[in-house]
Design a protein around this ligand. Sequence first.
Ligand SMILES: [Zn+2]
Length: 363
Amino acid sequence: MSANPQMISLVRELRRMTQTHLAEAVGVRQGFISMIEAGVRDPSDEVVRLIANALDCPVTLLEEQAPVRGGEAQDLHFRRRKTLPVTERRRMEAKLHLSYLTVRGLLSGIDYEPSLPLPTLDIDDIDSPAEAARLIRRLWRIPTGPIPDLTAYLEAAGIFLIPCSAPSKIDAVTRRCEEGWHVTAYNKGMPVDRDRLTRAHELGHLILHERYSGADAEEEANEFAAELLAPADEIYPHLAGITTRDLGKLIDLRMHWKVSVPFFVHRAADLGCISERQQRSFYQLLNSHGLMHQTVDHQLPPEQPTLLTRIIDVHRTTHEYTLDDLAESARMTPQRFGAKFGLPQHKAADATTSRSSKLKIVR
Ligand SMILES: [Zn+2]
């Protein structure tokens, strides 16, 4: 199979290499790389191998023919996208595409089916994004109160959460896939409460914005996320009549609901519990206490995605895959695969725990 010119430029940009750098590493002229990436010249197998080496990826990644999608596509969502430099946006798109290829590769040979439904709703057919969130709570039989582990629900619905290093402006990007599962590449440097809000927001996009992603999409996803994590009828009694003297109460709410303090201030304003002036006073207060942009979090336990790890385990126990096999399926080098997903400690000969490759995702 021949290399896909799009994949070469995608991986090159992801590695922050110019065409000149790549040409030097391969031992050809920059113009030659340029022609390869433009699809004008077909590189020999040997040149493709050298390019793959220079880009620290397997040749099979460069041969991937799945179309690379662009940021204009409605299935890509960036929180705070307006202030994001184009190059960073392209890099995040590239990470999402590689995450998709990794999941697709690791799912081959696995009988995988999500255990929770993930409906798509037309925003015109429902009252509001909040109504969609209430529907999901009912459909997924989420008990009243805080959602203890949102990540487990998302994974049960077939959403693969892939950690990525990304600038602080990027929280997550999501791709709706035709395969019946979906991929969210998320910034691995976020505190737990922001992580949860981000994941709920991305879920909102998957449910509400299948065909259309208008100017209001971000607001709609935010409204969905707020109602999913802290339903208005449950949270209103706690926020009614709140004043800036009640900061301790907001911190308690954060610990209980595992959503940030600024979130609750915003929620209180949305629900009419505080005025705009009070909201500003609250934000000043949070700023002075360093609660506006919390980065470190030792109090709330993190929500770790486990779906892909469980799939990797099935390959190791049932298929007796080695690290090299796993990396090959994931379209990564063994070193990169090990760094991202952890090195297998043993070749797992314990076939009694998992005889079948049918993966049942049970909550
Ligand atoms: Zn968004």
